[in-house]
Design a binder for this molecule. Sequence first.
Ligand code: NDP
Ligand code: OXD
Length: 312
Amino acid sequence: MPAPALIFASNSDDPIAWGAALRAVMPELDLRVWPDTGRVEDVVAALVWRHPDGALNAFPNLKLVVNLGAGVDPIFADPHLPRDIPIVRLVDPELTRGMTEYVVLHVLALHRRLPELAEAQHAARWHYIHPADTRRTRVGLMGLGNLGSHAADMLARIGFKVSGWSRTSKQVAGVECFHGRDQLPGFLKDCDIVVCLLPLTAATENLIDATVFAAMRDGSAFINAGRGRVVVDEHLLAALDSGHLRHAVLDVFRDEPLPPGHRYWRHPRVTITPHNATAGYPQTAAPQIVDNIRRVLAGQAPVNVVDRAAGY
Ligand code: NDP
Ligand code: OXD
Protein backbone atom coordinates (compact mmCIF):
# COMPACT_ATOMS: atom_id res chain seq x y z
CA MET A 1 0.00 0.00 0.00
CA PRO A 2 1.43 3.46 -0.89
CA ALA A 3 2.31 5.77 2.04
CA PRO A 4 -0.59 8.10 2.87
CA ALA A 5 -0.09 11.39 1.05
CA LEU A 6 -1.03 14.76 2.46
CA ILE A 7 -1.42 17.96 0.47
CA PHE A 8 -0.26 21.15 2.22
CA ALA A 9 -1.83 24.39 0.96
CA SER A 10 -1.02 27.52 2.93
CA ASN A 11 0.84 30.71 2.04
CA SER A 12 1.41 31.68 5.65
CA ASP A 13 2.71 28.45 7.20
CA ASP A 14 6.10 26.83 6.68
CA PRO A 15 5.75 23.43 4.95
CA ILE A 16 9.27 22.42 6.04
CA ALA A 17 8.54 22.93 9.73
CA TRP A 18 5.14 21.24 9.42
CA GLY A 19 6.61 18.35 7.40
CA ALA A 20 9.29 17.73 10.05
CA ALA A 21 6.78 17.83 12.92
CA LEU A 22 4.34 15.51 11.12
CA ARG A 23 7.04 13.01 10.10
CA ALA A 24 8.26 12.88 13.71
CA VAL A 25 4.95 11.20 14.56
CA MET A 26 4.24 9.53 11.19
CA PRO A 27 7.56 8.82 9.43
CA GLU A 28 5.91 7.22 6.40
CA LEU A 29 3.86 10.33 5.58
CA ASP A 30 4.27 11.70 2.04
CA LEU A 31 3.87 15.50 2.28
CA ARG A 32 3.20 17.37 -0.95
CA VAL A 33 3.06 21.14 -1.21
CA TRP A 34 0.38 22.76 -3.38
CA PRO A 35 0.41 23.07 -6.41
CA ASP A 36 2.81 20.08 -6.70
CA THR A 37 0.15 17.48 -6.02
CA GLY A 38 1.84 14.42 -7.59
CA ARG A 39 -0.59 11.56 -8.25
CA VAL A 40 -3.86 13.05 -6.97
CA GLU A 41 -5.30 9.58 -6.16
CA ASP A 42 -2.71 9.13 -3.34
CA VAL A 43 -3.84 12.15 -1.35
CA VAL A 44 -5.98 11.23 1.67
CA ALA A 45 -5.77 14.41 3.73
CA ALA A 46 -5.40 18.14 3.09
CA LEU A 47 -3.75 20.55 5.51
CA VAL A 48 -4.96 24.02 4.55
CA TRP A 49 -5.09 27.70 5.47
CA ARG A 50 -6.85 29.96 2.96
CA HIS A 51 -6.52 27.37 0.19
CA PRO A 52 -7.37 28.29 -3.44
CA ASP A 53 -11.10 27.94 -4.19
CA GLY A 54 -11.95 24.53 -5.58
CA ALA A 55 -8.48 23.07 -4.90
CA LEU A 56 -9.87 20.32 -2.65
CA ASN A 57 -11.89 18.83 -5.51
CA ALA A 58 -8.69 17.66 -7.22
CA PHE A 59 -8.35 14.64 -4.89
CA PRO A 60 -10.78 11.73 -5.48
CA ASN A 61 -9.68 9.83 -2.33
CA LEU A 62 -9.63 12.77 0.08
CA LYS A 63 -10.90 11.68 3.51
CA LEU A 64 -10.02 14.62 5.73
CA VAL A 65 -9.56 18.39 5.59
CA VAL A 66 -7.47 19.87 8.39
CA ASN A 67 -7.73 23.63 8.98
CA LEU A 68 -4.33 25.01 10.01
CA GLY A 69 -5.95 27.32 12.50
CA ALA A 70 -8.80 27.48 15.00
CA GLY A 71 -11.18 29.63 12.93
CA VAL A 72 -12.65 27.80 9.94
CA ASP A 73 -14.28 30.74 8.15
CA PRO A 74 -11.57 30.70 5.42
CA ILE A 75 -12.57 27.11 4.57
CA PHE A 76 -16.24 27.99 4.27
CA ALA A 77 -15.29 30.87 1.97
CA ASP A 78 -14.58 28.24 -0.74
CA PRO A 79 -17.79 28.00 -2.81
CA HIS A 80 -16.64 24.61 -4.18
CA LEU A 81 -15.91 22.98 -0.82
CA PRO A 82 -16.46 19.20 -1.09
CA ARG A 83 -19.68 18.35 0.75
CA ASP A 84 -19.11 15.08 2.54
CA ILE A 85 -15.52 15.22 3.74
CA PRO A 86 -15.05 15.91 7.47
CA ILE A 87 -13.34 19.20 8.30
CA VAL A 88 -11.34 19.35 11.52
CA ARG A 89 -9.76 22.38 13.12
CA LEU A 90 -6.72 22.84 15.30
CA VAL A 91 -7.26 22.57 19.03
CA ASP A 92 -3.59 23.03 19.79
CA PRO A 93 -2.53 23.55 23.43
CA GLU A 94 0.14 26.07 22.40
CA LEU A 95 -2.29 28.03 20.23
CA THR A 96 -4.67 28.14 23.20
CA ARG A 97 -1.91 29.19 25.59
CA GLY A 98 -0.85 31.92 23.16
CA MET A 99 -4.36 33.35 23.02
CA THR A 100 -4.66 33.35 26.80
CA GLU A 101 -1.33 35.21 26.92
CA TYR A 102 -2.69 37.81 24.47
CA VAL A 103 -5.97 38.26 26.36
CA VAL A 104 -4.25 38.56 29.74
CA LEU A 105 -1.65 40.98 28.32
CA HIS A 106 -4.27 43.37 26.96
CA VAL A 107 -6.79 43.00 29.78
CA LEU A 108 -4.03 43.93 32.25
CA ALA A 109 -2.86 46.82 30.06
CA LEU A 110 -6.41 48.20 29.89
CA HIS A 111 -7.05 47.53 33.58
CA ARG A 112 -3.84 49.41 34.52
CA ARG A 113 -4.66 52.19 32.00
CA LEU A 114 -1.47 51.82 29.96
CA PRO A 115 -2.83 53.68 26.88
CA GLU A 116 -3.62 56.80 28.98
CA LEU A 117 -0.28 56.56 30.82
CA ALA A 118 1.62 56.25 27.52
CA GLU A 119 -0.15 59.34 26.19
CA ALA A 120 0.70 61.26 29.38
CA GLN A 121 4.34 60.20 29.18
CA HIS A 122 4.47 61.34 25.57
CA ALA A 123 3.44 64.81 26.79
CA ALA A 124 5.84 64.63 29.81
CA ARG A 125 2.74 64.90 32.03
CA TRP A 126 2.59 63.32 35.50
CA HIS A 127 -0.90 61.79 35.34
CA TYR A 128 -1.63 59.88 38.52
CA ILE A 129 -4.32 57.21 38.00
CA HIS A 130 -5.23 55.28 41.10
CA PRO A 131 -5.04 51.54 40.37
CA ALA A 132 -8.49 49.99 40.03
CA ASP A 133 -9.50 47.14 42.32
CA THR A 134 -9.02 43.91 40.37
CA ARG A 135 -11.55 42.05 42.50
CA ARG A 136 -14.21 44.61 41.53
CA THR A 137 -13.34 44.59 37.82
CA ARG A 138 -15.39 42.31 35.57
CA VAL A 139 -14.05 40.89 32.31
CA GLY A 140 -16.59 39.40 29.90
CA LEU A 141 -15.69 36.85 27.25
CA MET A 142 -17.89 36.63 24.16
CA GLY A 143 -17.21 33.02 23.17
CA LEU A 144 -16.61 30.42 25.84
CA GLY A 145 -15.17 27.71 23.63
CA ASN A 146 -11.70 26.28 23.69
CA LEU A 147 -10.01 29.71 23.70
CA GLY A 148 -12.57 31.68 25.72
CA SER A 149 -12.86 29.19 28.56
CA HIS A 150 -9.07 28.89 28.93
CA ALA A 151 -8.63 32.68 29.04
CA ALA A 152 -11.57 32.98 31.46
CA ASP A 153 -9.96 30.53 33.84
CA MET A 154 -6.65 32.44 33.84
CA LEU A 155 -8.37 35.81 34.35
CA ALA A 156 -10.34 34.40 37.29
CA ARG A 157 -7.11 33.08 38.80
CA ILE A 158 -5.54 36.55 38.54
CA GLY A 159 -8.49 37.82 40.59
CA PHE A 160 -10.90 39.39 38.08
CA LYS A 161 -14.62 38.75 38.19
CA VAL A 162 -15.32 36.88 34.95
CA SER A 163 -18.44 36.44 32.82
CA GLY A 164 -18.86 34.48 29.61
CA TRP A 165 -21.39 34.41 26.78
CA SER A 166 -21.92 31.51 24.39
CA ARG A 167 -24.51 30.19 21.94
CA THR A 168 -25.59 27.25 24.07
CA SER A 169 -25.86 27.01 27.82
CA LYS A 170 -22.53 26.28 29.60
CA GLN A 171 -21.11 25.90 33.05
CA VAL A 172 -17.52 26.99 33.60
CA ALA A 173 -16.11 27.01 37.13
CA GLY A 174 -15.54 30.55 38.41
CA VAL A 175 -17.35 32.15 35.44
CA GLU A 176 -20.82 33.69 35.44
CA CYS A 177 -22.27 32.15 32.29
CA PHE A 178 -24.82 33.66 29.88
CA HIS A 179 -26.02 32.35 26.53
CA GLY A 180 -28.13 33.29 23.54
CA ARG A 181 -29.20 36.69 22.19
CA ASP A 182 -31.74 37.26 24.98
CA GLN A 183 -29.03 37.13 27.65
CA LEU A 184 -26.54 39.32 25.77
CA PRO A 185 -27.58 42.67 27.35
CA GLY A 186 -27.48 41.13 30.84
CA PHE A 187 -24.00 39.79 30.15
CA LEU A 188 -22.70 43.13 28.80
CA LYS A 189 -24.09 45.54 31.37
CA ASP A 190 -21.72 44.61 34.20
CA CYS A 191 -18.49 44.17 32.19
CA ASP A 192 -15.62 46.65 32.46
CA ILE A 193 -13.69 44.95 29.67
CA VAL A 194 -15.35 42.85 26.93
CA VAL A 195 -13.23 40.37 24.95
CA CYS A 196 -14.55 38.92 21.68
CA LEU A 197 -13.36 35.38 20.90
CA LEU A 198 -16.27 34.49 18.63
CA PRO A 199 -15.94 32.61 15.35
CA LEU A 200 -17.22 34.24 12.15
CA THR A 201 -20.48 32.55 11.14
CA ALA A 202 -23.75 33.62 9.54
CA ALA A 203 -25.06 34.25 13.07
CA THR A 204 -22.09 36.30 14.33
CA GLU A 205 -21.34 38.44 11.26
CA ASN A 206 -21.97 42.12 12.23
CA LEU A 207 -23.28 40.94 15.62
CA ILE A 208 -21.30 43.55 17.57
CA ASP A 209 -23.03 46.71 16.44
CA ALA A 210 -24.28 50.00 17.91
CA THR A 211 -26.88 48.16 20.04
CA VAL A 212 -24.21 45.95 21.57
CA PHE A 213 -21.86 48.89 22.21
CA ALA A 214 -24.74 50.85 23.77
CA ALA A 215 -25.38 47.93 26.14
CA MET A 216 -21.76 48.08 27.34
CA ARG A 217 -20.86 50.16 30.38
CA ASP A 218 -19.90 53.80 29.91
CA GLY A 219 -16.09 53.90 29.99
CA SER A 220 -15.66 50.20 29.32
CA ALA A 221 -13.03 48.77 26.95
CA PHE A 222 -13.22 46.23 24.13
CA ILE A 223 -10.81 43.63 22.75
CA ASN A 224 -11.43 41.74 19.50
CA ALA A 225 -9.27 38.70 18.78
CA GLY A 226 -12.10 36.65 17.22
CA ARG A 227 -12.83 37.87 13.71
CA GLY A 228 -13.06 41.39 12.24
CA ARG A 229 -16.36 40.82 10.47
CA VAL A 230 -18.13 40.17 13.77
CA VAL A 231 -17.82 43.92 14.48
CA VAL A 232 -19.46 46.81 12.62
CA ASP A 233 -16.44 49.12 12.32
CA GLU A 234 -18.36 52.39 11.95
CA HIS A 235 -20.32 51.62 15.11
CA LEU A 236 -17.16 50.83 17.07
CA LEU A 237 -15.55 54.07 15.85
CA ALA A 238 -18.65 56.03 16.91
CA ALA A 239 -18.56 54.46 20.39
CA LEU A 240 -14.85 55.38 20.68
CA ASP A 241 -15.32 58.90 19.29
CA SER A 242 -18.05 59.66 21.82
CA GLY A 243 -15.90 58.34 24.67
CA HIS A 244 -18.56 55.74 25.57
CA LEU A 245 -15.81 53.17 25.03
CA ARG A 246 -12.46 54.25 26.46
CA HIS A 247 -10.27 51.98 24.31
CA ALA A 248 -10.32 49.10 21.82
CA VAL A 249 -7.59 46.53 21.18
CA LEU A 250 -8.02 44.95 17.75
CA ASP A 251 -6.16 41.95 16.36
CA VAL A 252 -8.57 41.00 13.55
CA PHE A 253 -10.14 43.09 10.82
CA ARG A 254 -12.79 42.99 8.11
CA ASP A 255 -10.01 43.24 5.51
CA GLU A 256 -6.52 41.98 6.33
CA PRO A 257 -4.01 43.54 6.08
CA LEU A 258 -5.88 46.54 7.48
CA PRO A 259 -5.84 49.14 4.61
CA PRO A 260 -3.36 52.01 5.22
CA GLY A 261 -6.10 54.67 5.13
CA HIS A 262 -8.34 52.99 7.70
CA ARG A 263 -9.35 55.24 10.61
CA TYR A 264 -8.35 52.57 13.15
CA TRP A 265 -4.65 53.13 12.40
CA ARG A 266 -4.52 56.65 13.77
CA HIS A 267 -7.32 56.58 16.31
CA PRO A 268 -5.94 57.59 19.73
CA ARG A 269 -8.18 55.07 21.48
CA VAL A 270 -7.25 52.07 19.32
CA THR A 271 -4.40 49.59 19.73
CA ILE A 272 -3.72 47.41 16.70
CA THR A 273 -1.96 44.07 16.44
CA PRO A 274 -1.62 42.33 13.05
CA HIS A 275 -3.68 39.14 13.59
CA ASN A 276 -0.87 37.67 15.64
CA ALA A 277 -2.67 37.03 18.92
CA THR A 278 -1.66 33.40 18.54
CA ALA A 279 -0.89 30.73 15.93
CA GLY A 280 -0.77 26.97 15.47
CA TYR A 281 2.55 25.38 16.37
CA PRO A 282 3.71 22.36 14.32
CA GLN A 283 5.23 20.38 17.22
CA THR A 284 2.19 20.57 19.48
CA ALA A 285 -0.43 20.32 16.72
CA ALA A 286 1.14 17.45 14.70
CA PRO A 287 0.12 14.60 17.05
CA GLN A 288 -3.60 15.40 16.78
CA ILE A 289 -3.38 15.80 12.99
CA VAL A 290 -1.66 12.43 12.62
CA ASP A 291 -4.13 10.84 15.04
CA ASN A 292 -6.97 12.12 12.85
CA ILE A 293 -5.30 10.83 9.67
CA ARG A 294 -4.91 7.41 11.31
CA ARG A 295 -8.54 7.49 12.39
CA VAL A 296 -9.93 8.22 8.93
CA LEU A 297 -7.63 5.61 7.35
CA ALA A 298 -9.03 3.08 9.86
CA GLY A 299 -12.59 4.10 9.01
CA GLN A 300 -13.13 5.91 12.34
CA ALA A 301 -14.54 9.39 12.90
CA PRO A 302 -11.89 12.13 13.44
CA VAL A 303 -11.93 14.45 16.48
CA ASN A 304 -12.48 18.22 16.60
CA VAL A 305 -14.84 18.05 13.64
CA VAL A 306 -16.43 21.33 12.58
CA ASP A 307 -20.22 21.52 12.67
CA ARG A 308 -21.01 22.61 9.11
CA ALA A 309 -24.53 23.75 9.98
CA ALA A 310 -23.33 25.99 12.84
CA GLY A 311 -20.31 27.14 10.79
CA TYR A 312 -17.70 26.59 13.52
P1 NDP B 1 -14.72 27.27 19.69
O1 NDP B 1 -15.52 26.72 18.54
O2 NDP B 1 -14.12 26.32 20.65
O3 NDP B 1 -15.63 28.29 20.53
C1 NDP B 1 -16.48 29.23 19.92
C2 NDP B 1 -17.32 29.88 21.00
O4 NDP B 1 -18.15 30.87 20.38
C3 NDP B 1 -18.27 28.88 21.70
O5 NDP B 1 -18.38 29.19 23.07
C4 NDP B 1 -19.58 29.12 20.99
O6 NDP B 1 -20.74 28.81 21.74
C5 NDP B 1 -19.50 30.62 20.76
N1 NDP B 1 -20.42 31.03 19.70
C6 NDP B 1 -20.45 30.62 18.41
N2 NDP B 1 -21.49 31.19 17.76
C7 NDP B 1 -22.14 31.95 18.67
C8 NDP B 1 -23.29 32.76 18.62
N3 NDP B 1 -24.02 32.89 17.50
N4 NDP B 1 -23.68 33.39 19.76
C9 NDP B 1 -22.98 33.25 20.91
N5 NDP B 1 -21.86 32.49 21.03
C10 NDP B 1 -21.45 31.85 19.92
O7 NDP B 1 -13.62 28.20 19.03
P2 NDP B 1 -12.21 28.65 19.64
O8 NDP B 1 -12.44 29.10 21.02
O9 NDP B 1 -11.20 27.62 19.39
O10 NDP B 1 -11.85 29.89 18.69
C11 NDP B 1 -12.72 31.01 18.63
C12 NDP B 1 -12.33 31.92 17.48
O11 NDP B 1 -11.13 32.61 17.77
C13 NDP B 1 -12.00 31.23 16.15
O12 NDP B 1 -13.16 30.84 15.46
C14 NDP B 1 -11.24 32.31 15.42
O13 NDP B 1 -12.14 33.14 14.73
C15 NDP B 1 -10.59 33.10 16.54
N6 NDP B 1 -9.14 32.92 16.55
C16 NDP B 1 -8.34 34.02 16.42
C17 NDP B 1 -6.98 33.89 16.45
C18 NDP B 1 -6.10 35.08 16.40
O14 NDP B 1 -4.86 34.93 16.31
N7 NDP B 1 -6.65 36.28 16.49
C19 NDP B 1 -6.34 32.58 16.57
C20 NDP B 1 -7.27 31.50 16.75
C21 NDP B 1 -8.61 31.68 16.72
P3 NDP B 1 -21.02 27.29 22.24
O15 NDP B 1 -20.04 27.08 23.36
O16 NDP B 1 -22.42 27.34 22.71
O17 NDP B 1 -20.78 26.40 21.05
C1 OXD C 1 -7.03 31.76 13.47
C2 OXD C 1 -5.77 31.10 13.76
O1 OXD C 1 -8.07 31.07 13.41
O2 OXD C 1 -4.72 31.78 13.61
O3 OXD C 1 -7.05 32.99 13.34
O4 OXD C 1 -5.77 29.94 14.17
